[in-house]
Design a protein around this ligand. Structure first.
Ligand code: M6R
Length: 347
């Protein structure tokens, strides 16, 4: 069942290139739904957990590429916003399972006020029956409690949605290149396994990123706490000096997500700030980024062709692997973390 892998989580990370490829095959369906939905003036994403982090990438895409104001709301907090929905709002509900109770309640509350679209992995799940429109991620069944291949598939659908709404063919071309780049990372996972060994005793971890890398930082931190039980915090790099910098001490690991692009240099100066306070920094950046490589203790090099906009799909892969190997190193079963269920059907 695990196809020779020690855990479902590792198998599912290795299935990511295929999941993205299969999801990309749905482009015609995405175009059809976009024409059914028509013009929208505002987008509102609603989700929980990892699906909530995927929504943040949606916000940055809709706002920076299409200029459409976009909110991201936790499904459990949605009640307070429901009155702001109008007919020209597209409310997008993201859920792997399609059974998360808070998300289902939010769809029901939104249906009479706005246009509703669910992005779901499980065929025929409750969310697919509640929402007015449905798009599927084609990740296949995900057994591990930690969402991995479904996250990158959710991101893929969101990019496709934005590409279809804006007629952005160049974005679709970029997406088509992603599976090969993921495969390259997966062929090279031994370096990350070794790195995990060196960090497995840590008590706190920080993940920082700006712009499109902020959701990656949030999701990196969630994966870590979920399956390693290490305290992990994801922060917008620019927020560090507004509080959390006080927690940076000798040897505290900081993962800095810094793809090439307009945010790069600012993130690099945040890396310098934490280094000056003794942090042990893992930099994730372009393979040819000497400025980052020289500043950090450990470096994860990515394909130089991956720009900031497309980076969330690619840069999360080494972070998932890092958490996976730290979990194994700590003797935890990453497929069944304590206190958590794959699907939360209670509010
Ligand atoms: O099935 P859903 O996408 O609605 O689930 C939402 C969260 O419960 C889920 O993403 C959770 O955060 C994952 N276990 C994270 O890995």
């Amino acid at each position: 069942e695990k196809a020779g892998y020690d855990h479902f989580m590792l198998k599912e990370i290795h299935e990511e290139p295929g999941a993205v490829r299969d999801t990309l095959m749905e482009m015609d369906d995405v175009r059809r739904i976009v024409s059914e939905i028509g013009e929208v003036k505002r987008v509102c994403f609603v989700a929980c957990g990892t699906s909530y982090h995927a929504s943040f990438v949606g916000k940055y895409l809709f706002e920076s590429l299409l200029g459409i104001p976009t909110d991201v709301i936790l499904a459990s907090e949605f009640n307070y916003s429901v009155r702001t929905l109008t007919e020209d709002t597209l409310a997008v509900f993201i859920s792997q399972s399609g059974e998360t109770a808070d998300t289902l309640n939010a769809i029901r509350a939104a249906n009479s006020r706005a246009r509703t679209l669910a992005i779901v992995n499980v065929l025929g799940s409750s969310a697919t029956r509640e929402a007015q429109h449905v798009l599927y991620t084609r990740a296949g069944p995900e057994i591990g409690v930690a969402a991995t291949k479904t996250y990158v598939s959710q991101l893929t659908v969101i990019y496709m949605l934005v590409a279809a709404m804006g007629g952005l063919d160049d974005l679709v071309e970029k997406l088509e290149g992603v599976p090969d780049i993921m495969e390259e990372i997966l062929r090279d996972e031994d370096g990350i396994r070794e790195m995990a060994r060196a960090y497995s005793e840590a008590e706190d971890f920080f993940f920082i990123g700006r712009g499109f890398s902020y959701p990656t930082a949030l999701e990196g931190a969630l994966k870590l706490k979920e399956i390693t039980y290490i305290h992990g915090e994801g922060y917008a790099a620019g927020e560090l000096k507004h509080g959390p910098l006080a927690l940076i001490d000798d040897g505290v690991p900081v993962v800095a997500v810094a793809p090439p692009g307009p945010c790069h240099d600012k993130t690099l100066s945040n890396v310098e700030e934490v280094k000056a306070r003794g942090a042990r920094v893992i930099g994730v950046g372009s393979r040819d980024d000497a400025s980052l490589r020289n500043e950090v203790d450990d470096f994860i090099g990515m394909d130089p062709g991956v720009d900031e906009v497309i980076s969330p799909l690619v840069y999360i892969v080494p972070l998932q692997l890092l958490s996976y190997y730290v979990s194994v190193e700590r003797g935890i079963d990453p497929d069944k973390p304590k206190n958590l269920a794959k699907c939360v059907t209670v509010v």
